[in-house]
Ligand binder design. Structure first.
Ligand code: PBG
Length: 358
């Protein structure tokens, strides 16, 4: 028992406790030294054989910002490395995604100010930016899973996800009626998944019925079931140009409060009952406990969205040289998978896919 002596000799309590001695005893089953957990960690190959979680390009969905026009590209200052692109450029970028084995893309439109209205009605225009983008991607990259955002914020003059009354309160049922038109136009254009991110009550059921009625029986609904009123969306709102329109207003009357957890399960249960195929948790890293709770209690796939603020933090700290970008990004993504996400929306999709293939 020389080990014990060395270990305790200089400690505050020179006398090892009985429990400690027992744990150190070779006769104590399942304990040191019979159980040396470091055996499986000794080499890279051993670690890979016992890995509980794996991360690959096939887990990623790439969120992109699309602009009108041709051959246009604008950087998003609060999201270094992320650009807004016109459709032609986007198709090129998505070629890289396909090449790297990234299975899906999530589309977010940057709508010109003069196309915005208080009720966001341009969201359902069959010739709208998103609808045209969906058709273009469908034609060029037929296997890529196309996910569209169902919410009014890119289309409203006030930047809210729905239609508001005189007090600025977002009206639920009026908004749902508009979201249904938006979702149908996306399905019509060829989207594989419509993703309501608006947090109105009852919208999944109404969208599901409308899709069925219109014959879109294969269109999936990816419901942002547990979407929190998060300040980590800041850079995204810069990217789609809704931050200025919001003018300091927030979304706490419809998005979930950050302290809520049981309520997330209730949101999920309702959305699944109404016909959601997949549920989303958003943001990801600050809400891993929610990902895990949903994964353990609901029998639907769970996706998680590593949002713009999570991206910006990792980018900023890496740019300062304070953290190693590649390692920290892959660790964050691995953690989101470990928590129970089957896929991750991440602005790092292409970089991470590349790093994982090296
Ligand atoms: C809006 C929407 C938001 C995001 C995706 N869809 C912002 C918001 O709710 O204000 C955020 C994504 C991100 O921050 O990366 N319907």
């Amino acid at each position: 028992m020389q080990n014990v002596e060395t270990l305790t000799k200089y400690g505050e309590n020179p006398k090892p406790s009985r429990l400690f001695l027992k744990a150190m005893s070779p006769n104590y089953p399942g304990q040191f030294p019979a159980a040396r957990l470091r055996r499986t960690r000794r080499t890279r190959n051993l670690r890979s054989l016992v890995a509980e979680t794996d991360l690959s390009a096939a887990d990623f969905i790439y969120p992109v910002f699309v602009l009108d026009g041709r051959n246009r590209e604008e950087p998003v200052p609060s999201m270094p490395g992320v650009v807004r692109q016109s459709i032609d450029r986007l198709l090129h970028t998505l070629g890289t995604a396909v090449e790297l084995g990234v299975p899906g893309v999530a589309l977010f439109p940057v709508v010109d100010a003069d196309a915005k209205t208080p009720d966001g009605r341009n969201c359902a225009d069959p010739e709208g930016l998103v609808q045209r983008t969906v058709r273009a991607i469908r034609e060029k990259w037929p296997d890529l899973v196309i996910i569209t955002d169902v919410a009014l914020d890119p289309y409203t003059t006030h930047g809210q996800d729905g239609i508001i009354d005189e007090q600025g309160y977002v009206l639920n049922d009026e908004t749902v009626a508009m979201l249904v038109r938006q979702a149908l136009s996306h399905a019509e254009a060829g989207a594989d998944m419509v993703a309501p991110s608006d947090m109105m009550d009852g919208r999944i059921g109404v969208i599901r019925s409308a899709l069925e009625e219109a014959g879109h029986v294969h269109t999936l609904i990816l419901s942002y079931a547990a979407k929190y009123a998060s300040s980590f969306y800041g850079p995204f709102r810069d990217a789609v140009g809704s931050a200025a329109n919001l003018a300091g207003a927030d979304k706490s009357t419809y998005q979930m409060s950050p302290g809520m957890s049981d309520e997330a399960l209730r949101e999920v249960a309702l959305d699944v009952a109404e016909g959601a195929d997949i549920v989303m948790v958003k943001p990801a890293l600050p809400y891993l406990d929610i990902v895990r709770r949903i994964r353990d209690s609901a029998n639907v796939p769970v996706f998680a969205y590593q949002v713009s603020g999570e991206y910006a933090m990792l980018k900023a700290a890496s740019a300062e040289g304070w953290i190693d970008e590649r390692r920290c990004v892959l660790e964050a993504l691995m953690s989101i998978k470990r928590a129970g996400a089957s896929a991750i929306l991440t602005y790092f999709a292409l970089d991470a896919a590349r790093w994982l293939s090296e």
